[in-house]
Design a protein around this ligand. Structure first.
Ligand code: NAD
Ligand code: MN
Length: 480
C-alpha cells in the first residue's frame, strides 16, 4: 500500500510527493508493515503554503455562519467515519480501539463543534471617547497557520489547532506525526467531502524534516506545535531565524500526583494506576511522579502494586474490547522506554514490572520504581511510557516543594478529602492544569497548556480561539 500526501486542496485530490522521501509505518502490536507515506519536501510545502495564502482573504471574508456550518459538517463526518478513523489509528500506533473510538474520535468531532460555535461570536471593543478620540479594537485572523502534532492522540491534537484557526478565519496547513499518519489522511478525505473551499484546510504528511520546513517558512504567519521539548526548541529557533512567525508550544511534562492521608484511597489508587496507564501512559499530562504521605505510604503502595499487577492482564491486542493498555507507538518508543527502565534499575528500587511483555510488538509491563534519587533520570525526564516513580512526603509544604521540583509544568493531581487543602495546594503548584481527586481531564471551555518548560500559549476555550486572532487598535479622531 502506498499513501499519498495531500499537498493542497487546490488539486481536489490526493497527490503523490515529488521527492523520494518516504516513511514506513509498522503496526506496533504485530510488527507488520502497514504502509508508507510520502514525506513532503520543499516543493510540496511551498505548494500548500501558496494554496493557503491564496485562500486566506476569501476565507476570512466568508460569513462566520458559513464557516461554522462547514466546521459542524466536518464534525458530523468525523463521527460518521468513527470506525475507519479507529482502524487507521490502531494499526499505526496501537491505541486500543475502545480508547480511539470511545474517546478520541468523539472528542475530535466535539472540538470542531465547540469552535464552530465561536465563529460568529468574535467581538471587538469600543471605549468611551477620550478627548477627541474614539478607540475601538477589532480582532482579525492571523493568516496562514501551520500545525504540527505528535502521535499519541493524533486527530484530537489536530482539532485543538485547526478548529479554532478556521473558526477565526485563518487558513491552515497541518502535519501530523510520521508515526500515526493514516487517521489524518482519512480526515483529508473528509475535508473534501465537507466542502471546504480549496486551500483552506491543507494536510501534508511528512517527518521532522517536513516540520522544519514549516517552522522556517517565510510565508507562514503562525505555527502551533505539540510534541517534545527538544523539537519545540528547534521550532522557536527556526521561527526566530526566518520570519518571526508567532509560536504556540504544547510540550512534555513530568507531572506530580500528591496523595494526602485524608484522601479517598480507592479514587487515588484508580487515578494513579488506571488513570496513569491510560494510552500506555503516552499522555503529556500523565502524572509520572507520585508522592504519597508517609503515614499511609506502606498501605497505599501495596495497593498500587496490586492494581498495576492486575492491569498487566489488560495489556494486549488493541483490537480486543478487553484491552485497556495497548503497545507503545513503535519500536523506537519501546527501546526508549526499556532504556529508561534499565537505567531505573540502578537508580531506584523496582517494585513491579520492569520488562518488555512478550517478544512480539512493543508491549511493556506497567512498572513502578520506589524512591529514586532526586537527580535520577527516571525521576527528572519525561519517559512517555508506563513507568511510575513513587516517593513519600511528610508535610503539605514538602509535598508542594516536591511537586514543583521539575523544569516542567503541564499538569498535577491532588488527592485529599480536605477542600481547603485541595485549593491551597492546587494554587501553589506551578502547572497549567490541576486535577483534584482524579487526573486532570481536558474540557472544551478550559484553557490547556504549560507553565515553565512545558510550553507557551494555551489551547482550547476562548484562549485557544484568541491564539488565532490578533488585536487591531483603531483610534478615530472626532475633531472637525
Ligand atoms: P516529537 O517532538 O518527536 O515530534 C512531534 C512532531 O514534530 C512530529 O510531527 C515530528 O515529525 C515533528 N518534528 C520533529 N522534529 C521537528 C523539527 N525539527 N521541526 C519541526 N517539526 C519537527 O514528539 P513525539 O515523540 O511525536 O511526541 C511525544 C511528545 O509530545 C512528548 O514529549 C509529549 O509530552 C508531547 N506531547 C505534548 C502534548 C501537550 O499538549 N503538551 C500533548 C501530546 C504530546
Ligand atoms: Mn489535494
Amino acid at each position: 500500500m502506498y499513501l499519498f500526501l495531500d499537498v493542497a486542496n487546490v488539486h481536489d485530490q490526493f497527490v503523490e510527493g515529488s521527492s523520494s522521501a518516504t516513511y514506513e509505518v509498522f503496526n506496533p502490536a504485530t510488527d507488520e508493515s502497514v504502509g508508507k507515506i510520502n514525506c513532503a519536501r520543499e516543493t510540496e510545502v511551498d505548494a500548500a503554503v501558496a494554496a493557503a495564502r491564496a485562500a486566506f482573504e476569501p476565507w476570512a471574508a466568508t460569513p462566520a455562519a458559513k464557516r461554522a456550518a462547514l466546521l459542524n459538517k466536518f464534525a458530523d463526518l468525523i463521527d460518521a467515519n468513527n470506525a475507519e478513523l479507529v482502524k487507521a489509528e490502531v494499526k499505526a500506533m496501537g491505541q486500543p480501539a475502545t480508547v480511539a473510538g470511545g474517546f478520541i474520535v468523539p472528542a475530535t468531532a466535539q472540538t470542531f463543534r465547540y469552535y464552530a460555535g465561536w465563529a460568529d461570536k468574535i467581538e471587538g471593543q469600543a471605549f468611551p471617547a477620550e478627548g477627541d478620540r474614539l478607540n475601538i479594537v477589532q480582532y482579525e485572523p492571523i493568516g496562514v497557520c501551520a500545525g504540527i502534532g505528535p502521535w499519541n492522540v493524533t486527530i484530537s491534537t489536530l482539532s485543538w489547532k485547526v478548529a479554532p484557526a478556521l473558526a477565526a478565519g485563518n487558513t491552515v496547513l497541518y502535519k501530523t506525526s510520521e508515526k500515526s499518519p493514516f487517521s489524518v489522511l482519512v480526515l483529508a478525505r473528509l475535508v473534501k467531502e465537507a466542502g471546504f473551499p480549496a486551500g483552506v484546510f491543507n494536510i501534508i504528511s511528512g517527518d521532522g524534516v517536513t516540520g522544519a520546513l514549516l517552522a522556517s517558512h517565510m510565508d507562514i504567519d503562525k505555527i502551533s506545535f505539540t510534541g517534545s521539548g527538544p523539537s519545540g526548541r528547534k521550532i522557536i529557533d527556526a521561527a526566530a531565524k526566518s520570519n518571526m512567525k508567532k509560536v504556540t508550544l504544547e510540550l512534555g511534562g513530568k507531572s506530580p500526583s500528591l496523595v494526602f492521608e485524608d484522601a479517598d484511597i480507592e479514587s487515588a489508587l484508580t487515578g494513579n494506576s488506571q488513570g496513569f496507564l491510560f494510552n500506555s501512559s503516552q499522555v503529556c499530562i500523565a502524572a509520572s511522579r507520585l508522592f504519597v504521605q508517609k503515614s499511609i505510604a506502606d498501605k497505599f503502595i501495596d495497593g498500587l502494586k496490586a492494581r498495576f499487577q492486575s492491569l498487566d492482564g489488560a495489556v494486549g491486542d488493541p483490537n480486543s474490547p478487553n484491552t485497556f493498555i495497548g503497545p507503545l507507538a513503535d519500536k523506537a518508543q519501546l527501546e526508549r522506554v526499556l532504556g529508561y527502565i534499565e537505567t531505573g534499575k540502578s537508580e531506584a528500587k523496582l517494585l513491579v514490572g520492569g520488562e518488555r511483555k512478550g517478544d512480539k510488538g512493543s508491549f511493556v509491563q506497567p512498572t513502578i520504581f520506589l524512591n529514586p534519587a532526586r537527580d535520577a533520570r527516571i525521576y527528572k525526564e519525561e519517559i512517555f511510557g508506563p513507568v511510575l516513580s513513587v516517593l513519600t512526603f511528610e508535610t503539605e509544604e514538602e509535598a508542594v516543594k516536591l511537586a514543583n521540583d521539575t523544569s516542567y509544568g503541564l499538569s498535577a493531581t491532588v488527592y485529599t478529602g480536605n477542600t481547603a487543602r485541595a485549593i491551597r495546594v492546587a494554587s501553589k503548584i506551578k502547572a497549567g492544569t490541576v486535577g483534584v481527586n482524579a487526573p486532570f481531564l481536558p474540557s472544551m471551555g478550559s484553557p490547556f497548556g504549560g507553565y515553565k518548560q512545558s510550553g507557551s500559549g494555551r489551547e482550547l476555550g476562548k484562549e485557544g480561539l484568541m491564539a488565532y486572532l490578533q488585536a487591531k487598535s483603531i483610534s478615530i479622531s472626532l475633531a472637525g
